[in-house]
Design a protein around this ligand. Structure first.
Ligand code: ZN
Length: 238
């Protein structure tokens, strides 16, 4: 019955059927030119109305940033603003995207998960993961700059949380890392690398932060240290 009611209506303005609102997920629907953030993911630690702005922007803000960026990657380039399958990139755009993302591919190719140090053969296909890595990296820029804009509007920095010893900017980055922090057994790690597109959380956190100059400034990481490498990757340039 529910399906019959949809006859003649546009699929573009309806909630995606295969995405129950309670699941913990978010994604970009290219054919609808829309992003989905479920009720399931809008819970602590990703979001709580009581959180500081730094927490909110690092949590749900980063997720929204990540999903928006998918509209501007290779797959997003194939759908126009109405969600029709129509490429909107010039050849030059394609070339520039390829050049920018090669840097992410090189970084990921050289990375070995600490749990798999003795097993260098188990690697994820960096080319397959590059869209996700690029969205992670550009997503933090969108959410951090949006956070700074909000602070500018406030006209003052947010107050520090008592006893924590972290500035609001430091709290932003710690919140981001804490949300994605996870621990896997070796078997799960290998299964993941062979079957999925997203890198493991450990890499998503590190790569997103070591490529972001504002992170190393916030924590005073010296140039050339692991979290402040000289060669940084950026999807849209600096
Ligand atoms: Zn993604």
């Amino acid at each position: 019955m529910q399906d019959y009611r949809k006859l003649g209506t546009s699929p573009r303005n309806t909630w995606k059927e295969d995405l129950p609102p309670h699941v913990v997920n978010a994604f970009h629907s290219l054919s609808q030119n829309a992003i989905y953030v479920t009720a399931g993911i809008l819970r602590s630690p990703v979001y709580s109305p009581r959180n500081m702005l730094a927490n909110k922007y690092a949590g749900v803000g980063w997720i929204i940033g990540h999903e928006i960026i998918h509209g501007f990657d290779v797959e997003g380039s194939q759908y126009d603003k109405q969600g029709n399958l129509r490429n909107w990139w010039e050849d030059e755009d394609k070339e520039r995207f390829k050049n920018a993302t090669q840097c992410f591919i090189d970084q990921y190719d050289n990375y070995i998960y600490p749990q798999l140090k003795g097993k260098p053969n188990f690697k994820q296909n960096a080319k397959k993961s590059v869209g996700e890595i690029a969205a992670d990296n550009a997503g933090i820029k969108l959410s951090y700059y949006a956070y700074r804009k909000e602070v500018d509007k406030l006209g003052r920095e947010e107050k520090m949380l008592p006893g924590l010893g972290l500035s609001p900017d430091q709290l932003f980055f710690v919140t981001f890392a804490q949300i994605w922090c996870s621990k896997e057994t070796e078997a799960v790690l290998i299964y993941w690398l062979l079957n999925f597109q997203h890198p493991l959380s450990n890499y998503r956190i590190l790569s997103t932060l070591w490529n972001f100059p504002e992170f190393s400034q916030t924590f005073n990481c010296s140039l050339g240290s692991p979290m402040n490498p000289e060669r940084k990757c950026s999807l849209f340039g600096d």
